[in-house]
Design a protein. Structure first.
Length: 115
């Protein structure tokens, strides 16, 4: 139960910070078009970023990023040793990022937003 509370609290905090400082600000949202996340989705899944609703995409990506951070932090909090925490965090972070971005990329491909 403690792990679930930790996960939910981190998820909500990270999402709100990301939403307030990236999604709601037009200036930051325009800079977001050239970000690494959108570049990865554009080339890996052949998406036309220009035709997408950027605010919706940024919101979905902020949910994905919040999930990634909350999941990895919750996972490493289960271990007591600092070295083990770092090792598990590193091993869990990369596949989690790839899986979440794969799901987002496939979602947009199925919506018919392919080049």
């Amino acid at each position: 139960m403690k792990q679930l509370i930790l996960f939910l609290s981190i998820f909500i905090i990270v999402f709100l910070i990301y939403y307030i400082f990236v999604v709601r600000r037009k200036k930051t949202l325009e800079k977001y078009k050239n970000g690494k996340e959108l570049t990865y989705l554009k080339y890996r899944y052949k998406l036309k970023i220009e035709k997408l609703n950027l605010k919706q995409l940024a919101t979905i990506l902020s949910l994905g990023n919040a999930f990634i951070i909350a999941f990895v932090v919750t996972l490493i909090s289960m271990f007591k040793s600092f070295l083990l925490q770092m090792l598990v965090g590193l091993i869990a972070l990369i596949p989690t990022i790839l899986i979440v971005y794969h799901i987002i990329g496939k979602y947009y491909q199925k919506q018919g937003r392919i080049k």
